[in-house]
Ligand binder design. Structure first.
Ligand code: OXD
Ligand code: MN
Length: 590
């Protein structure tokens, strides 16, 4: 059944026998017209691109955008679909109330029915990939079988894909099996199933982003979080940055925010002109795998090799690096087009001619670009790309930041008093929902560690595991909570955000160095306005006071809500977290 394309390099590694058997079994079920083993070469990408252009499923853009293409997904298939995303463990309790659950046998039967004959007339692509540097002991491999050339092209940008990954798989033999078909894009026949005990994923009926690029959310978060617990590490929804201060010292920081809360912008932050000598370089913008090191520090790698970033709002002011890097070798999904075929989205100047559906743009009908329109681009195109992203050992973390999008209550920044308190800060993250997932936008929901849609097991066990990992660290990173999104009564943002966020990061790094002052409050350590480096920033002192105030009554109510939210996780919630809430509530009541 296996047929190599004519231009397949002679040095293609021999796949392990169980991979070949799996591909044969999937082919017998799905009945593709042909099978293509992806080698990851430029020639392969060029051929796939050409075939999609000929078929009309990709479009070329203005010559100012060399090797950039536009893809329009089906209008019913524009975001992750959490309501049909399942974790299928033998014991339902292991998936936890934070996941939808189905018994593995039932899930396999349902999915196999959907997959039966679904690739007739299509090509089955075998996509070997490695999450993380090819030579890192922390990296993990997978193979995605898909019938979507768009998925192949995206996986090539987002992961280390092709022969090199296959060679590692042949050596290691253990890999995550991801089976994907766009099916008929019928939303009623769309499911994203995870089988962590089998290291397997089955995704049917969507061709979009996190539903279809199985290396990303499905493998690197849901399956990897399970694997990480078994192996003693953490798979997290975090960006990773290298921050160098004017003295030339570099610190590595990881930050978890819910989807579309500015992780990509923070990962590519441009220091304000009034902070000369600072430099921020990007290691990752979405996912970090964290390992306790033999030196008692926490070491991080970015398992991805590219960015699948939200386009709307990206411009030279909000994210100059991203704006610059999406001018070549980029796949745009669901953006609008100007009359001269330049990609366009809200936040850029001018108006488009065609909206994301390809219809003449009419602002009374809706936005030009879909609010979850994306760019896919290799991380190497980022002018601020950090070479450390390829270090097999990763980078040691000085700080971890949690945050959410909250109009009220959560101050600009506060710090956990120790690792366990930091775990509570992560577990209490809440954020107003965005367009990255289907469903209402702007509703406050609890999103612990920004992992609500991505943790592959019971949150109570997950927090326990976080505490256990911390217990192995003699030099743990400090843990902070931020909120860039506070608004005043008139809906005006209180904090300018973007590059100015470096002021908050600078205070954090001084805390790490032991040189910055903070006040001991019931919710954690907090700077006073005088503690933040604000030279060159014009901001009214009343605003700063509001940003750095602790609303006693509001926090009592918040902790009551948190306890109610924790109640659903029953006695798996670590007693330490209850104790920390209790201590905070007592201090607030004094
Ligand atoms: C993403 C998300 O696409 O979190 O990164 O939704
Ligand atoms: Mn994400």
């Amino acid at each position: 059944m296996r047929s190599l394309p004519a231009d397949h390099p002679l040095h293609a590694p021999k796949p392990p026998a169980d991979l070949e058997r799996w591909v044969d079994a999937v082919a017998a079920l799905t009945e593709p017209a042909q099978i293509h083993w992806c080698d990851g070469s430029d020639a392969e990408a060029a051929a796939l691109t050409q075939a999609m252009l000929t078929a009309g499923s990709l479009e070329t853009l203005h010559p100012d955008y060399p090797d950039c293409y536009l893809y329009r997904s089906h209008p019913n298939d524009v975001a992750r679909v959490e309501h049909v995303t399942y974790v299928c463990t033998h014991d339902a309790a292991d998936a936890g109330p934070n996941n939808h659950w189905m018994a593995p046998a039932d899930a396999h039967a349902r999915m196999d029915d959907l997959f039966r004959s679904c690739m007739r007339g299509r090509t089955l692509y075998v996509v070997p990939y490695c999450m993380g540097p090819l030579d890192s002991p922390f990296s993990r491999c997978g193979v995605e079988i898909t019938d979507s050339p768009y998925v192949v092209l995206n996986m090539r940008l987002m992961t280390r894909m092709g022969n090199a990954a296959l060679a590692r798989i042949a050596r290691e033999t253990r890999f995550v099996r991801g089976l994907h078909s766009t099916g008929d894009l019928d939303p009623d026949r769309r499911f994203i199933m995870h089988f962590p005990e089998e290291l397997a994923i089955k995704s049917f009926g969507s061709g979009y982003g996190g539903n279809a690029l199985l290396g990303k959310k499905c493998h690197a978060l849901r399956i990897a979080s399970w694997q990480a617990r078994e192996e003693g590490w953490l798979a997290e929804h975090m960006l990773l940055v290298a921050i160098t201060n004017p003295a030339g010292e570099t610190h590595y920081v990881a930050a978890a925010f819910p989807s579309a809360c500015g992780k990509t912008n923070l990962a590519m932050l441009i220091p304000p002109a009034s902070m000369p000598g600072w430099q921020v370089r990007t290691i990752g913008d979405d996912i970090a795998w964290l390992h306790p090191g033999p030196d008692g520090r926490l070491w991080a790698i970015n398992p991805e090799a590219g960015y699948f970033g939200v386009a709307p709002g990206t411009n030279a002011r909000s994210n100059r690096n991203a704006h610059q890097m999406v001018h070549r070798d980029t796949i745009f999904t669901n953006v609008a087009l100007t009359a001269d075929r330049k990609p366009w989205w809200e936040g850029l100047e001018g108006v488009p001619a065609l909206d994301w559906r390809g219809q003449p743009y009419d602002p009374t009908v809706g936005p030009g670009a879909h609010p979850n329109a994306r760019f896919t681009v290799s991380a190497k195109e980022n002018p601020a790309y950090a070479q450390e992203a390829d270090h097999p050992a990763g980078v040691p973390l000085s700080a971890i930041i949690f945050g959410g999008r909250r109009r009220t209550l959560a101050p600009l920044v506060f710090e956990g008093t120790d690792w366990t308190h930091g775990v509570l800060l992560g577990a209490s993250v809440a954020s107003e929902t965005t367009a990255a997932a289907t469903g209402a936008v702007g509703v406050l929901r609890r999103d612990p560690m920004a992992m609500k849609p991505f943790c592959g097991y019971h949150f109570g066990d997950y927090w326990r595991h976080w505490i256990a990992v911390g217990a192995q660290l003699t030099q743990p990173p400090r843990i902070f909570h931020v909120n860039w999104f506070r608004q005043d009564a008139n809906g005006r943002f209180l904090w300018p955000g973007f590059g100015e966020n470096l002021r908050v990061l600078s205070w954090m790094l001084d805390r790490v160095a032991g040189t910055a002052h903070a006040v001991d409050t019931p919710i954690g350590w907090m700077p006073t306005p005088a503690d933040l480096p604000l030279d060159g920033l014009e901001i009214e002192s009343a605003r700063l006071e509001e940003l750095l105030a602790v609303d006693t009554q509001g926090w009592r109510e918040e902790y009551a809500r948190l306890q109610a939210d924790f109640a659903q996780y029953g006695d798996r919630v670590p007693a330490e977290l209850h104790a920390r809430i209790q201590a905070a509530v007592e201090r607030l009541s004094r």
